[in-house]
Design a protein around this ligand. Structure first.
Ligand code: BGC
Length: 382
């Protein structure tokens, strides 16, 4: 499509969406935000940086995990608005439902999205969204989770095998320090439909087998649901025995929260059973300061979301993205996808201050509410 026909299409689509603004944003958990709804004719003319504006869809997978609504979405929107005040963001959250995500992507395309930024509920079935977008020359950025088996344009994420290795190493070292280097542990993995969950598993299992840590029970947790993680942990406690479990691998902070709740209701002290996590959620950092969760993996979501916004804006304008940002390639079964891969960091009580607080990911005021004041002081956070 040439620039002119793209421009005409985009103006038409912008008008349609503004005309039907209620419909664009009426989906449950789906919204369309626009900074220039009152001036549709101006859309697609010029943006802050002199490029074109248009509609960009951000399609996120779920809302039980805190990061998406508290970090990914606001950081993406802020960055895109700074690059392109006249751009329209079509936002949807699929609530862990792959077919809902399919409909949300269809709606975004119908509403005139020119780029899709897609964090898939199901890494494999999302290929059909890509195939459809491709028939209309709409580029797709695979955001945080890899879409497999379809020709996506870019992939932005963290080194996810490394995430698993950091979790596995932290837990193995802690078990050794506590005098039970072989465990056994309970392992609560993420959703089997998420390619990331496979990579976290790969990285952590490699460390556990190398260090000889025994896994007494392991579960894949459908939808990454914290409630399901809680019942998995309850089952594990019954099956393995209350006094036997030495540690818990939980793939993220949501599932860690579920596992810790199960321990507490079974009368186990989570302070004595180190538990891993991921995402540096506010509640998890507070649990770490209080000693209830041993570690998390901090992934700086702001740079991830900002890189996605920059890339989406570049693709909207037909520009080749900056080669210093694109730092790798990832095989997704359909080809080598140019990738932006960021580095994760392991966080325990000892380095909350030098990582999370230093970066402003959470401020001391957010972390150190009355219940956590003493724990914050002990960790040097004020
Ligand atoms: C993300 C994690 C998140 C999990 C559950 C993964 O794909 O990388 O950060 O905790 O999904 O939503």
């Amino acid at each position: 499509m040439n620039a002119r026909s793209r421009s005409i299409l985009s103006v038409t689509a912008a008008g349609a969406c503004v005309f039907a603004l209620a419909a664009c944003g009426s989906d449950n958990n789906s919204s369309t935000s626009t900074s220039s709804a009152s001036t549709p004719a101006a859309a697609d003319t010029s943006a802050a940086s002199g490029g074109k504006s248009g509609k960009i869809a951000l399609l996120l997978p779920e809302s039980k995990t805190a990061r998406y609504e508290s970090q990914d979405r606001p950081n993406f929107e802020k960055k895109l608005k700074s690059l392109c005040p006249d751009c329209t963001i079509i936002y949807s959250n699929a609530d862990q439902d792959a077919s809902k995500q399919q409909s949300q992507a269809d709606a975004a395309i119908t509403n005139g999205a020119k780029v899709l930024v897609l964090d898939p509920v199901d890494s494999a079935s999302a290929a059909s969204i890509v195939t459809k977008a491709k028939t209309q020359n709409i580029p797709v950025i695979s955001y945080d989770r890899l879409i497999t088996g379809a020709p996506v344009d870019y992939y932005i994420s963290f080194d996810n095998v490394k995430v698993g290795e950091l979790q596995g190493t932290a837990l193995s070292d802690k078990l050794s320090a506590d005098g039970s280097p072989k465990g056994p542990i309970v392992k609560i993995n993420g959703a089997p439909t998420d390619n990331n969950a496979k990579l976290f598993k790969q990285g952590s299992n490699a460390v556990f087998s190398q260090k000889g840590v025994t896994i007494a029970k392991q579960y894949d947790t459908p939808d990454w649901s914290p409630d399901k993680a809680q019942s998995e942990m309850e089952q594990a406690i019954t099956a393995v025995g209350k006094d036997k479990i030495q540690g818990v691998y939980a793939a993220n902070d949501g599932t860690a929260g579920g596992a810790i709740a199960a321990m507490k209701s079974a009368g186990l002290d989570p302070q004595k059973i180190p538990t891993t996590g991921q995402d540096a959620e506010l509640a998890a950092i507070q649990r770490i300061l209080a000693g209830e969760q041993y570690m998390t993996v901090y992934k700086a979501i702001k740079p991830e979301a900002e890189a996605a916004a920059q890339l989406a804006y570049d693709l909207l304008n037909g520009k080749t993205p900056d080669s210093t940002t694109v730092n790798g390639k990832t095989d997704n079964g359909s080809g080598q996808v140019p990738s932006v891969l960021l580095q994760p960091v392991a966080v325990t009580k000892d380095n909350v201050k030098g990582t999370i607080v230093k970066d402003g990911f959470w401020t001391a005021a957010q972390l150190c509410t009355s219940q956590y004041k003493a724990a914050c002081t002990a960790a040097g956070i004020s």
